[in-house]
Design a binder for this molecule. Structure first.
Ligand SMILES: C[S@@+](CC[C@H](N)C(=O)[O-])C[C@H]1O[C@@H](n2cnc3c(N)ncnc32)[C@H](O)[C@@H]1O
Length: 353
């Protein structure tokens, strides 16, 4: 049963903080507070030789796994469009295996960051452009591949529009690769997820998940304040305890201890499709050969590698090769009746009929 407002929303409301409703403003802010490019570069794009830091391997294993999947399914494409590229994922990962990539995002800040990363990585075949996935600034049949990485699909008022646009710009038989985070059927409604953005001025990103609707708050806080100190202490818990950290952060805000918080920068409603609605939308938008891929990456897989002492033995490139082979042999469900959300992201390919 969904109750509105949740205690957390009430607390945020009581604080009467300024509100900004633009999605691009939200992601611009993200881009602006990500100055740790040397961190971003290895962790997101997997170019770092050292994967041994415990606080990093999980992130890297995950990033490699996602990147290798996109590279595998789109490899050999002549021209790929990456919608909602953010700071360049998966474009920068795809660049070595396709001829040309065009990457768009509604956030000018993210596009600037992605361009900078492409320069750092010396990647020349990706063009970045500010643009809206719901109204693609491209001619019909301009691409043979389209991808949506990291749940960049479905932010708009009408998610069908993005699929119809993707279909329009694809040649017949062109491939779409989507990585999306569908609401989990087993996730309790009104569950609050909160996490800290670990860069730039301290911020808290709260993702209030209410059924099929998410509301996001980006909160700046004063690190010297009591709340700030508590939040930072919570942040320093080991990764294994992150769930309880999230709950603790949410609890602190719920208690109304918001006097030390200096501003809510964004709040907006994001309406996701359920996995089944997404499947229907694909068919309605003219796609066939729908496949769900079950990637080898799970937390359990990572922990098993770690427990066997294997993570420490792999160099970065070896780990990518291992994941690449596992992905090539990954279980695929062709023409599924329903999509089964697996892990945080679910991976689907289809072709323009
Ligand atoms: C969760 S981020 C994912 C970024 C990146 N693909 C990744 O995997 O790291 C979602 C991105 O989609 C962008 N976005 C949202 N709606 C969009 C739209 N209608 N057109 C283009 N980009 C959009 C946002 O600005 C944001 O950068």
């Amino acid at each position: 049963m969904v109750t509105h407002p949740t205690p957390l929303e009430e607390a945020l409301f009581r604080a009467k903080l300024p509100v900004e409703r633009s999605l691009s403003y939200f992601y611009d802010l993200y881009a602006g507070t990500t100055p740790h490019r040397e961190e971003l570069q290895p962790s997101v794009y997997g170019r770092h030789p050292d994967i041994h830091r415990l606080d990093d391997w999980e992130h890297r294993l995950y990033a490699f796994s996602r990147g290798e999947w996109f590279a595998h399914v789109l490899s050999g494409c002549e021209s790929v469009l990456d919608v909602g590229t953010g700071s360049g994922f998966p474009s920068l990962y795809l660049a070595p295996v396709v001829n040309r990539v065009v990457a768009i995002d509604v956030s000018a800040g993210q596009i600037a960051l992605a361009r900078e990363l492409a320069q750092i990585l010396d990647i020349g075949n990706v063009t970045f452009k500010v643009g809206d996935g719901q109204e693609l600034p491209f001619e019909d049949e301009s691409f043979d591949g389209v991808c949506f990485g990291g749940a960049s699909f479905g932010y708009g008022a009408d998610p069908h529009l993005e699929l119809r646009e993707a279909n329009r710009v694809l040649i017949r038989g062109g491939l779409v690769a989507v990585e999306d985070a569908f609401p989990r059927p087993d996730s309790p409604s009104s569950e609050r997820i909160a996490f800290l953005v670990d860069c730039g001025p301290p911020m808290l990103h709260l993702w209030v998940d209410v059924g099929l609707c998410s509301r996001r708050y980006l909160v700046r806080f004063d690190p010297q304040s009591t709340t700030g100190q508590k939040l930072l202490r919570a942040r320093n818990q080991p990764p294994a305890q992150q769930d309880s950290v999230q709950q603790e952060a949410a609890r602190l805000l719920e208690k109304g201890d918001l006097s030390a918080v200096t501003g809510v920068d964004f709040t907006g409603d994001l309406r996701s499709l359920s996995a089944d609605e997404f499947l229907e939308a694909l068919k309605d938008s003219g796609f066939g050969e729908i496949k769900q891929w079950h990637l080898p990456y799970t937390k359990a897989f990572g922990h098993a590698l770690e427990q066997e002492g294997l993570l420490g033995r792999f160099r970065c490139g070896d780990l990518k090769l291992l994941l690449r082979s596992l992905i090539r042999g990954a279980p695929i469900v062709s023409d599924p009746d329903c999509l089964r959300p697996s892990g945080f992201y679910t991976h689907v390919t289809c072709r323009k009929a």
